[in-house]
Design a protein around this ligand. Structure first.
Ligand code: DQA
Length: 146
């Protein structure tokens, strides 16, 4: 049986829908989980969808994905710009890993221009709102199928 695709969400993303909707959109994380589940299913994959506000818990989830997942899609949120621990955990993966963001960090404050994650993943998708998740899923599945 094919392993599921892990979709991992970092800090404050549990507040999507009410958190700065002019930047992050009106969809809640539950809406995004549902849409990703449906899209993945249509393409023959299951997902495991997780969120944590705690850096070490995100590292634990990435370590779990090493053996349990076929690919990882990760929105580390603010930890994108600070976390060597998440960078190091992603470096241990032998499976495709896609960094995603709802917003386009390069267009925002200067402290968001640095991603510690970008150097440890296969590729990055950002700036498409909730669609970044669907595009990340498509990218991961394309890599898995080729
Ligand atoms: C984010 C962008 C980050 O800079 C920010 O800290 C977030 C969300 C995004 O999805 O656009 O929390 O990762």
């Amino acid at each position: 049986m094919t392993k599921p695709i892990y979709i991992i969400n970092g800090t404050n993303l549990n507040l999507l829908g009410t958190r700065e909707p002019e930047i992050y959109g009106a969809d809640t994380l539950a809406d995004i989980e549902k849409a990703c589940g449906n899209s993945a299913k249509a393409l023959g994959f299951d997902i495991v969808f997780k969120q944590s506000n705690v850096e070490g818990e995100l590292v634990d989830i990435i370590q779990e994905a090493r053996t349990m997942a076929s690919a990882v899609i990760i929105n580390p949120a603010a930890y994108t710009h600070t976390s060597v621990a998440i960078h190091d955990a992603l470096k241990t993966l032998d499976i495709p890993a896609i960094e995603i963001h709802l917003s386009q960090p390069a267009k925002r404050e200067s402290f968001r221009r640095r991603s510690y994650v970008a150097e440890a993943v296969t590729g990055t998708i950002s700036g498409f709102g909730a669609n970044s998740y669907e595009l990340g899923l498509q990218a991961a599945i394309k890599l898995l199928n080729t």
